[in-house]
Ligand binder design. Structure first.
Ligand SMILES: CC(=O)CC(=O)SCCNC(=O)CCNC(=O)[C@H](O)C(C)(C)COP(=O)(O)OP(=O)(O)OC[C@H]1O[C@@H](n2cnc3c(N)ncnc32)[C@H](O)[C@@H]1OP(=O)(O)O
Ligand SMILES: NC(=O)C1=CN([C@@H]2O[C@H](COP(=O)(O)OP(=O)(O)OC[C@H]3O[C@@H](n4cnc5c(N)ncnc54)[C@H](OP(=O)(O)O)[C@@H]3O)[C@@H](O)[C@H]2O)C=CC1
Length: 291
């Protein structure tokens, strides 16, 4: 099946990055969200990221212009009806994702492939609530999408080979590299990465180090591009907590217990960069550690 038109649901940091890379690769993109403000912010972010790519000679002005004209936005999910592939990238909550697929299904062509960019939630369970579990899979981009090379492809128990091959072809067209992961909580990247981030929060919680010393230890001592707390703020602390809860509930092992301090930050609404405050406070010129 030829994939030309792609629907992206959720215009947050992942949704805007996903729309960006598809549009730059020549796909028609319909981006939807529940907030007009968020859609506008996403278009602005895509435009400035494309402009920076032009100024750094990563892409031509023509590619940038074509990419911008490939993107349309809508508040009406029914406008995704004619798409060939849908990537759901809304908030990491199963109830929200289930409700999104339920409202989308009546408008879709029977052959449309449905995917989720979920970081952790069971693809098999999400698929089972739809009319096409064989045409449903996990399509997991990494943040920031325009830069990171990997896409994890996750087959649910019912996903057919044709769907997998179609998604693999799309990843190649985007110039990215696929890794296949089985459908178990948080798949590969987050099964490994998120317990490390959670352990960094425990290290802070128990007073072993400050925010600054924990981050510089991993940057200078293990050559990580970002410290774990800086990375948690970059991902979003709500998303980090949601992933730890899926690991904890899904694998029933106390080693995945989310750190109470992570929960406290989320309860405060200190979700990281997206709310201007997390383990660092981003409201000034330079980020200031909060502990
Ligand atoms: C939670 C999940 O489900 C899965 C996940 O995604 S886990 C998170 C995975 N991501 C990571 O681990 C990211 C770790 N951090 C990094 O790799 C780097 O710090 C980084 C690439 C984000 C920034 O790199 P850097 O060298 O510190 O900064 P900088 O030189 O300014 O940026 C490098 C490039 O990234 C681009 N970039 C940085 N942040 C960006 C963003 N938010 N959006 C788009 N592009 C961005 C820059 O424009 C620059 O582009 P060029 O190479 O074309 O010039
Ligand atoms: N952050 C990361 O590093 C990564 C995240 N992911 C996954 O990608 C998905 C999105 O994450 P991210 O972009 O960071 O999250 P954000 O919080 O940045 O964005 C989520 C967006 O979804 C919107 N949304 C919420 N409910 C609906 C709905 N019913 N219909 C349409 N849009 C809706 C939100 O709107 P509003 O703000 O109005 O609520 C918001 O714009 C999650 O599943 C996450 O696990 C995957 C890889 C990396």
């Amino acid at each position: 099946m030829e994939i030309r038109k792609v629907g992206v649901i959720g215009a947050g940091q992942m949704g805007n990055g996903i729309a960006h890379v598809f549009a730059a690769a020549g796909y028609e993109v319909v981006l939807t969200d529940i907030s007009e403000e968020q859609l506008q912010a996403a278009v602005n972010t895509i435009q400035s990221n494309l402009d920076r790519q032009v100024s750094r000679e990563k892409i031509s002005q023509e590619t940038r212009d074509a990419a911008m004209s490939n993107i349309t936005t809508t508040l009406n999910i029914a406008d995704l009806g004619e798409t060939d592939l849908v990537i759901e990238a809304a908030t990491e909550r199963e109830d929200i994702k289930v409700q999104i697929f339920a409202s989308l299904l009546p408008h879709l062509k029977p052959e449309t492939i449905l995917t989720s960019n979920t970081s952790s939630i069971s693809i098999t369970r999400l698929a089972s609530g739809t009319d096409r579990p064989e045409k449903f899979m996990g399509f997991h981009f990494m943040n920031p999408v325009p830069i990171m090379q990997l896409v994890e492809l996750i087959r649910g128990i019912a996903t057919d080979e044709e769907t997998y091959q179609a998604c693999l072809g799309v990843v190649e067209n985007l110039g990215k590299t696929a890794a296949s992961a089985e459908d178990f909580p948080a798949f590969i990247v987050n099964r490994i990465l998120m317990p490390m981030i959670n352990e960094a929060v425990y290290t802070l919680y128990e007073g072993v180090g400050s925010v600054a010393s924990i981050d510089s230890s991993l940057k200078l001592g293990a050559n990580h591009p970002m410290g774990p707390l800086e990375l948690a703020d970059f991902i979003g602390l709500d998303t980090c907590l949601a992933i730890m809860n899926v690991l904890h509930d899904g694998l029933a092992d106390t080693k995945y217990r989310p750190c109470p301090l992570l929960t406290k930050y989320v309860e405060a609404g200190w979700l990281g960069r997206k709310t201007q405050r997390g383990f660092y406070d981003y409201r000034g010129e330079t980020p200031v550690p909060t502990r």
